[in-house]
Ligand binder design. Structure first.
Ligand SMILES: [Fe+2]
Length: 204
């Protein structure tokens, strides 16, 4: 069985300064994300052992661990990819993603306000998510508690914001709102547009 691995960041640990500091990025990537990778591999190993023994008495907690650590891994992979140095962040004013955002939220400003308020209001640890929902063919703003709760099944995240305290506490302490407001300066809109076009074309 091939193990999951921690991906390299597509930029240096200090690349998102001053909005996300180097120390936070280093800890977040090498400790927190690594822990989800390890947890996912460990849970998959336990499931394999259960299959080999034919003993499924622990399947419920094992699958719970796969959901938590698996989502922790995938959400962090997306998170790193949808950020970039502030000088490279360019919010779209036209194009397919921009049109879809205007269609579903009224305007770019209205979308950003909705997403920011969702991020600030996550109860405890979690994420704000912009996802493509392929049945209704529309974008949804969602909150994910922990990594995997409250999501709409079948929808695919195209932009995610980590609001676990580990993502901002060193620099912002308890001021999550300042972190969320600053974070818009490091959004890699090109990658968000790429993800949107892939999932929209791929899933209808
Ligand atoms: Fe995180």
């Amino acid at each position: 069985m091939e193990e999951y691995k921690l991906p390299e960041l597509p930029y240096a640990y200090n690349a998102l300064e001053p909005y996300i500091d180097e120390a936070t990025m280093r800890l977040h990537h090498t400790k927190h994300h690594q822990a989800y990778v390890n947890g996912l591999n460990a849970a998959l190993k336990k499931l394999k052992e259960a299959q080999e023994k034919g003993d499924f008495s622990s399947i419920q907690p094992i699958l719970r661990q796969i959901a938590f650590h698996g989502s922790g891994h995938t959400m962090h992979c997306i998170f790193w990819s949808v950020m970039c140095p502030p000088q490279k962040s360019k919010e779209p004013t036209s194009g397919k993603l921009h049109s879809q955002i205007v269609k579903d939220f009224g305007s770019m400003e209205s979308f950003k306000k909705t997403f920011s308020e969702a991020a600030k209001a996550v109860e405890g640890n979690g994420w704000a998510v912009l996802a493509w929902e392929p049945i209704g063919k529309r974008l949804l703003v969602l909150q994910a508690e922990n990594h995997q709760k409250l999501v709409v099944q079948g929808s695919v995240p195209i932009l995610v914001l980590d609001v676990w305290e580990h993502a901002y506490y060193l620099k912002y302490q308890n001021n999550r709102a300042a972190y969320v407001d600053g974070w818009w300066n490091v959004v890699n809109w090109q990658e968000v547009e790429r993800r949107f076009e892939v999932v929209k074309n791929g899933l209808g």
